[in-house]
Design a protein around this ligand. Structure first.
Ligand SMILES: Nc1ncnc2c1ncn2[C@@H]1O[C@H](COP(=O)(O)OP(=O)(O)OP(=O)(O)O)[C@@H](O)[C@H]1O
Ligand SMILES: [Mg+2]
Length: 350
């Protein structure tokens, strides 16, 4: 089954084709992402209306480009998947409208995918994928969650952030130290040149039991440290390193606890912060010590992309799950309410 995936929930237009007939990572026939970062940079954050309009401009050319790279024609598609939520309502509607129209014209089924389920399943697109049950750490710009995955589509929230998401903390901390928007990846690059232990920040909420997170206090600690420092380039790098170590350690401690609580040795990591090199090393270590493994998507599939939507959609379409032709999005959507793949009869028929 060849499925076109469309992602437009925020500031990235992502398109991909996933082919379920091909093994492992070969299933991803082509994928392309257009990032709107430059468009929003002057405002220091995503402007929803500009995001929607840019998706309108970029989506169809990206669909054509992706199909050409996959050496496929529209008629070769067997289904269409699109991000139906959570996200910015206008941006979501652009993807939903294009996806539903294409599916209607091609007379193939279309399915609305939960963006965070897309992230969560992205590591399963790689070779030698893990099988449920496992524990997933979702660490992105908007989410920091530990999820027990009992089956594909059956998700239990074990813990989440009470304030900022890990990616948001990276971005805000970078801004405090004068790095341009969006600063997360730049802060991580800077941390690589900083010295460990020069600045020691707390590991929030690790001194008590539980699987929830809190990152907003860390940002304040960095702000104070930066304010009281000589503000040199070397100091900026040392602070970046201290901050990154604090976030990575905190995530690792909670992941270890979550594996213990769930009785699992398989950890799956997804979302933009999953691209962080030090986090990848640390989580490989802790899973390895338990005799298990940590599974990540390749870095390009950690941040928003169409491949994860094509893949998650393909799993549901294969199981006969798709909806009527209505263009419907769900800007706020609890992942725990999703049906289990393969166990639920399709609720709607096209
Ligand atoms: N190497 C890195 N180290 C740390 N953070 C990173 C790195 N690369 C990307 N990020 C962070 O990842 C986030 C973007 O990830 P992603 O695209 O998954 O999030 P999002 O789609 O904005 O949020 P959500 O999926 O929760 O709606 C940003 O906050 C960015 O700073
Ligand atoms: Mg995302």
């Amino acid at each position: 089954m060849r499925v076109l995936g469309i992602e437009t929930s925020c500031d990235e237009t992502g398109v991909a084709v996933y082919d379920t007939a091909l093994p492992g990572s070969a299933g991803l026939r082509a994928h392309a992402v257009y990032s709107q970062i430059a468009l929003h940079a002057q405002y220091g954050g995503v402007v929803p209306e500009l995001a929607s309009r840019d998706h309108v401009r970029k989506l169809l050319p990206l669909v054509r480009q992706t199909l050409a790279e996959a050496d496929l024609k529209l008629e070769d598609l067997d289904g269409v998947a699109y991000t139906a939520g959570p996200g910015l309502v206008g941006a979501l509607l652009v993807g939903a409208g294009v996806a539903r129209s294409l599916a209607w014209a091609l007379e193939v089924p279309a399915v609305g995918v939960h963006h965070m389920e897309g992230h969560l399943l992205a590591p399963l697109m790689e070779d030698d994928p893990p099988e449920a049950p496992f524990v997933a750490l979702l660490v992105s710009g908007g989410h920091t969650q530990l999820v027990a995955v009992d089956a594909i589509g059956s998700y239990r929230l074990l813990g989440e952030t009470l304030d900022d998401a890990a990616g948001e903390a990276f971005d805000k901390t970078a801004k405090v130290m004068g790095l341009p928007y969006p600063g997360g990846p730049q802060l991580a690059a800077l941390a690589a040149t900083g010295r460990p232990g020069v600045y020691k920040f707390s590991r929030p909420m690790t001194d008590r039991p539980g699987l929830d997170f809190s990152f907003s206090g860390l940002k304040t600690q960095v702000m104070l440290a930066w304010r009281d420092s000589d503000q040199s380039d070397a100091t900026r790098a040392d602070i970046a390193r201290g901050f990154e170590d604090a976030v990575v350690d905190t995530l690792a401690i909670k992941c270890e606890r979550a594996l213990e609580a769930a009785g699992s040795d398989t950890l799956v990591i997804a979302g933009g912060v999953g691209a962080n090199k030090r986090l990848r090393e640390k989580l490989h270590d802790i899973a390895g010590k338990r005799g298990g493994r940590a599974c990540f998507p390749r870095p390009a599939l950690c941040t928003d992309n169409g491949a994860m939507i094509a893949f998650a959609g393909a799993l549901r379409l294969q199981a006969g799950q798709y909806e009527t032709a209505a263009v419907k999005v769900t800007p706020r959507w609890d992942m725990a309410t999703l049906p289990v793949v393969g166990e639920t009869k399709p609720e709607f028929q096209q």
